[in-house]
Design a protein around this ligand. Structure first.
Ligand code: GLN
Ligand code: ZN
Length: 763
């Protein structure tokens, strides 16, 4: 009678991003396929060995990837879009990467966000596929772990229904009918995989069906039931752990009846709902509850005492041998180890847990659950002391911040006058032409910009020399913008590697990790800042750069800030207080920056909120609270200025129809939105609901180096002008230009201004 520990997935990147470098060396032809495979194997085994050493009972295998697990699934099942060729053998590396990255002949498959986190998967295209099993990769990796390390692993397989639902046919995500149509073609292939696994001695597979958490219609459960019934009947000896994560199950009652031997539930990001289901409905006596009790989204150490209490609650519902302890989701989404953060304040370090520390927590909790807390008392005591020290530290108790927060409720965060009044005053002050032209903020981060920044960081370039370099770069681009004839200029954001990291470095309460990388997509890692303390404003952040840029030109220069919600969504946020509270702390800090910019003579201030749409909660019933908080913090940030100071905002992403009321509620004077990839949906949305404020719908796509022609841009402008009044409309690209090269940037913006001029002349 023992409770066991189990993991769902381990980070791919390697402690020092060895995996990233491996992929990129291969892409640059610096490594042969043979050497790639040998090195990838070493990394895989090293990751498994670590989990073995941590004493984990059930270790996931085949959770590794050469790029992305959805791509692996479609490659294994032969669901390869026909433009990449026909295959009857397992794909070689070049064919595999062609799908992810495109070739001269075939454009890459689309990539999109994995549920509500900052990981991106390759979207399967089910247009003309005929499924056939090309590669039982799960068997290969299971055997490798067994032979090399004696690990009897748990192969991780993306379930058939989620696989289908995450893909598109004819440009649209599959609906229930399409899933029902394709599922019978796919199931025999899963059966073959399962049969081979069972024959090799596999006891458990982890079948990930994360789309179950988004399933609210009881009719939709049929496809899951059909798949699981089929597989269970076909291969009854193989035990299935049906794994869900990222939220609760609305259809809990139905899901627990499905013919599987274990069910994995997220008990961290479930808003308490999964636990409530367990307590009210109970759990079937013939199944294992794989309880996701450790946060796999965030970087904080668990409170072991709280987790032990949770385990005790679960023990009143299931027996000991019915219980597995797990992270709530794959550890793919957290950095690897805190041991590579030697520069972190020890008080912070004690409160952090990356993947390896989380697995250690799991081992400790499993021992406590089986043998009593006394067996691991020292670990529990250390954990309590660490958390107490962090919570009591001055980082988390800044009286000035707490005081400002306490006064939030007595204040109203609205502009002084309504938009109609403000905009007249702004027009009088700014003297902009009809259809004003501008950009979104960043200009190319050339090799020189990045090299200088690196040199400065390593101490090879003095502060003064670095600042002089940044100024020279700004001056160069102010001159270019003037020459092109843009109306509202920007300083170019050369000082920022990243629009969130930069603000994190200037505000208190943030820790920039040294090695806290997580995979964002493919070989690309990001290092989200860790917001661990109260956020306070201690110094002007962008004022000097904006003022300098403004000193070089008579045209208005836009100040450029990142809004609170985007900072939150792209960071690891402390979990000892509500996220909304942290968001408001950031807003109060940025409000001071906005006011300081205004005082310094900056007449236009843009506050970017690109992550607003992508951060929406998985379940629609949580949207309103999220959006209300976004609006509130945006308004705290932006309403402390005079009527004639013009507030802009910018958003990326193309699906806006469902949050258009929020966009209006922000009450920004001008908004710019990415448009070119939205097939006109945004324009339609504004046409149907009407919109009073000024708006720039991106008139060309910045994601490729292609230079759009004048005519093409004119067409885009004219299309938008059918829905939006010419007096309201701004002309700008879709997003920032930091990833572009200088020549194409100048050419595209020159064409953009020419297109505007041509249209103006016809008015
Ligand atoms: N101001 C930012 C830039 O131009 C906005 C980036 C974004 O929308 N993601 O780079
Ligand atoms: Zn953008």
């Amino acid at each position: 009678m023992t409770i066991i520990s189990s993991n769902l997935g381990y980070p791919r990147l390697g402690e020092h991003r060895e995996w990233k470098h491996l992929l990129e060396h291969y892409w640059r032809h610096q490594l042969s396929a043979t050497d790639f495979h040998a090195a990838a194997k070493q990394l895989r085994l090293a990751n498994l060995k670590k989990q073995q050493a941590l004493g984990l009972d059930l270790i996931p295998v085949a959770d590794n990837s050469d790029y992305d697990h959805v791509l692996d699934t479609l490659a294994a099942f032969g669901a390869i879009p026909s433009r990449f060729g026909e295959f009857d053998q397992p794909l070689d590396l070049d064919d595999y990467y062609a799908i992810a990255r495109g070739t001269d002949q075939a454009i890459a498959a689309e990539m999109t966000k994995w549920f509500n986190i900052n990981y991106h998967y390759i979207v399967p295209e089910f247009d003309d596929v005929h499924f056939h099993l090309l590669d039982n990769r799960w068997l290969r990796y299971y055997q490798e772990a067994k032979q090399e390390l004696g690990i009897d692993g748990k192969p991780v397989i993306l379930g058939p229904v989620s696989f289908l639902k995450l893909g598109k046919r004819h440009g649209h995500y599959l609906d229930a009918a399409a899933v029902a149509e394709l599922l019978p073609q796919l199931l025999p292939l899963y059966q073959q995989v399962f049969t081979e696994l069972a024959a090799a001695g596999v006891k458990w597979v982890q079948l990930d069906e994360p789309t179950l958490v988004k399933t609210t219609d009881p009719a939709e459960i049929d496809s899951y039931r059909q798949a699981l019934t089929y597989l269970h009947a076909a291969v009854p000896t193989l035990n299935i752990e049906l794994q869900t994560y990222f939220d609760s199950l609305d259809l809990y009652d139905q899901v627990i009846q499905l013919p599987v031997q274990a069910i994995g539930l997220d008990l961290v990001h479930d808003h308490g709902e999964n636990l409530a289901h367990l307590q009210t409905t109970g759990f079937p006596a013939d199944k294992i509850l794989a309880a996701g009790i450790i946060d796999g989204h965030n970087v904080w150490a668990s409170d072991l005492t709280d987790k032990f209490t949770l385990i005790q609650q679960l023990r009143t519902i299931v027996t000991a041998d019915q219980l597995w302890l797990q992270p709530a989701n794959s550890l793919l989404h957290v950095p690897i180890t805190t041991k590579n953060e030697p520069q972190a304040d020890p008080i912070l370090l004690g409160g952090l847990a990356f993947a390896d520390q989380k697995l250690q927590e799991l081992a400790t909790l499993t021992t406590a659950a089986n043998q009593g807390v006394a067996a691991v008392q020292a670990e529990f005591d250390k954990n309590q002391a660490n958390l107490a020290a962090l919570n009591a530290s001055s980082h988390r108790n800044n009286p000035t911040v707490r005081q400002a927060e306490a006064h939030l409720a007595d204040q109203v965060f609205e502009r002084q006058a309504p938009f109609a009044t403000r905009i007249k005053l702004q027009h009088d002050r700014l003297h902009l032409p009809l259809l004003p032209t501008t950009t979104i903020g960043s200009f190319p981060q050339s090799h020189t910009v990045r090299a200088k920044r690196a040199a400065w960081r390593h101490g090879d370039l003095s502060d003064t020399d670095y600042q002089d370099f940044l100024k020279a770069e700004t001056k160069r681009w102010i001159d270019i913008q003037n020459e092109i004839g843009l109306d509202v200029l920007v300083h170019g954001e050369f000082e920022r590697t990243d629009m969130v990291e930069y603000f994190g470095q200037k505000l208190t309460g943030f820790y920039a990790t040294q090695n806290g990388w997580v995979q964002s997509y493919g070989s690309r890692g990001v290092r989200p800042p860790v917001i661990f303390g109260d956020v306070a404003y201690t110094q002007p952040i962008t004022v000097a750069a904006s003022v300098y840029a403004q000193s070089l030109t008579n045209k208005p220069v836009k100040g450029m800030l990142t809004a609170p919600l985007t900072i939150i969504n792209w960071s690891f946020v402390r979990d000892d207080i509500p996220t909304a509270q942290v968001q408001n702390q950031i807003a109060l800090a940025l409000r001071q920056e906005v006011q300081n910019l205004e005082k310094a003579g900056i007449k236009i201030i843009q506050v970017d909120e690109p992550a607003l749409r992508e951060g929406l909660p998985l379940k629609q019933r949580h949207w309103q609270a999220y959006l209300d908080e976004a609006v509130y913090s945006f308004k705290i940030t932006t309403t402390g200025v005079a009527n004639d100071t013009q507030i802009h905002t910018h958003m990326c992403y193309s699906n806006f129809a469902d949050i258009i009321d929020t966009i209006k509620a922000l009450d920004a004077d001008v908004i710019s939105i990415e448009t070119s990839r939205s097939h006109g949906d945004i324009i339609n949305a504004f046409e149907t609901t009407g919109y009073d404020q000024e708006i720039g719908l991106g008139v060309y796509d910045i994601h490729s180096p292609r230079v759009p022609s004048v005519d093409e841009i004119k067409t885009n402008i004219q299309r938008a002008l059918r829905a939006i009044d010419v007096h309201q409309f701004w002309i700008n690209p879709d997003c920032g230009l930091k990833t572009r090269q200088k020549p194409e940037t100048i050419a595209a913006l020159t064409n953009m201004v020419a297109a505007r001029d041509a249209i103006q002349a016809q008015l």
